[in-house]
Ligand binder design. Sequence first.
Ligand code: SIN
Length: 284
Amino acid sequence: MDGAARSLAVSPISGALGAEVAGVDLAQIDDAAFAAIHDAYLAHQVLVFRDQDLSAESYAAFARRFGTPAEYPFANGLDGSPFITPLIKEAHQISNFGGMWHADTTYKPDPPKAAMLTAIETPPAGGDTVFACQYRAYETLSEGMKRVLAGLRGQSSSAKNASALRTAHLATGTMTAAERPPEVLTAAHPAVRRHPETGRFALYGNRSHTIRFEDMTEGESAGLLEFLFDHQVRPELTARVRWEPGTVVIWDNRCCQHCAINDYDGHRREMWRITLEGEIPEAA
Ligand code: SIN
């Protein structure tokens, strides 16, 4: 291990997932430091870096070390940096973006593997993001429930909560009123997915996008889905991130969910988001 990697300090932020990484300037990392960061990312699923001073270019360069930046469906990027989506809630606005538990865009056949946010402006209090570990969500199920889920695939639709999503996009400026209402995107994925890098099993489905199980009606699916949606975000499976300008967070969408807490009316919050292309989820 070289000097840069050796100076990294990784401190868990909850018993379930997430860690703060100190001793690194993300604008300057070398291959050895990145390898240590990547190991920590696979181990903790959510990494928090404080006091970073990243330009759009250095932020995109850091993201490219993890994968290929993707354009986010139904959202506009920064001028000149189309892969950076500004998520802005102005002081007078009510709706926020991502304010319901989800893994990103599971209505796509190849949902993003990861996403990152950089805090540009934060409210004096509130506006935290909460993450939930979907490895632990799976591991804490009974053996009987694991057997039930082994054969199931969840159908996601961008039409679920579409009006709330559109309101949030309009309110946060990630979509303008002149833009078409989004076409409906749908995709089915294993209810339990095998993480392609760690080999661990994670629950994969979420309250924002999953509407039913494949080959079942919404009515037949509803009871089990409701149980899972609640189970997936039990407090002991979560970690909460408090933002300050310069905080950068990356999370692994293949094994965690997130929810942006909308508790800061009257204050402005601006985050820059980068989404990284993913793969077709593999069944456990
Ligand atoms: C999101 O990407 O879902 C929003 C997260 C946040 O703004 O905290």
